[in-house]
Design a protein around this ligand. Sequence first.
Ligand code: NAD
Length: 360
Amino acid sequence: MAYRVTLIPGDGIGPEVASAAQACLDATGVSFEWEVHAAGEGAIAKFGTPLPEPLLESIRRNKVALKGPITTPIGTGFRSVNVGLRHALDLYACVRPCRLYAGVPAHYKKIDLVIVRENSEDLYAGIEYDDGTPEVKELIGWVKAHGGKTIRPDAAISLKPISVTASERVIRYAFEYAVKNNRKKVTAVHKANIMKFTDGLFLEVARRVAGEYSGKVEFEDRLVDNMCMQLVQRPENFDVLVLPNLYGDILSDLCAGLIGGLGVAPGANIGDQTAVFEPVHGSAPKYQGQNKVNPVATILSGVLLLRHLGEEAAADRLDRAVAEVLKEGKEVTYDLKTDRTQPSIGTREMGQAIIRKLKG
Ligand code: NAD
């Protein structure tokens, strides 16, 4: 029986990388029925919203989606579709495996770590007050009255909620992930020395949950600034990292840099009911329609999708096919060439090279 999967091509380079990943998934021999839905700018014209209800219904029904990146228009009334989708489906854990494949130009020999990012709150909750508004004036007055601290009258304010509920479920997810995937250690990343209540809460919950896994999974914590330095100097020391939303976002890109760039960094957004698989990278509008960018991040997101469906053998085969193409280093896109004047191939062609390995 075919798996029904919602496919969101996205915009910018999204349709190009999504179509390469779709072709690779179809070539594994696992049977898919794709339900294609527009989101972002493509959906606004038809539905008047970048995140139409039929799309959300499709994901709720199918429980699984593959998604290309979506542009967030700056300075319009619409918030990020990506953040909106994660909120609407309560996709609370963002999982980003960072593994260095042989042949990919990078500064390290071995990297194999996994970022688990909280996906629902923190400064991403979207609770913001613009400067000069009556709300921000009231808030500034309230803060002065309740803590005596003065905020400048021309400030804008974003709130950073961190709850026990959201922290606990993502930290527990990270430990369960470690157990299931035979990982040895979870590192909680925070800035609890400065943000004693919010990050302090995250750390306290992490310590409590870690206690339940004692003897099974090692636990440690790091301040986020120190973590950045240690990741650059000794990434091999880390295994599973669990972080609040904003630090998770920033460290995801840092770790993508460690393993050869955004072109090879896959991701998954996981909830209790549904899961959406998408690359870490954005819609890179300047490359739109050029058949130029790397499809591997989206193809490896497809590998994660196969594992989520329990299709481990197909996932292993597709992963091996990607690894072989990367190792040979011939049929790859421009970003994987150390010398960018060397000949490279396009998005579609790299997808086809991976399919040839898969079938060969
Ligand atoms: P981006 O990830 O789109 O691009 C940054 C740079 O990374 C590109 O210029 C390119 O050099 C490189 N890059 C990205 N993907 C690549 C690929 N597949 N192969 C080779 N090189 C690649 O980041 P940005 O320019 O900051 O964001 C562009 C838009 O994407 C924004 O509107 C942003 O909000 C959105 N965005 C969406 C998502 C998502 O859909 N989940 C994630 C991040 C950013």
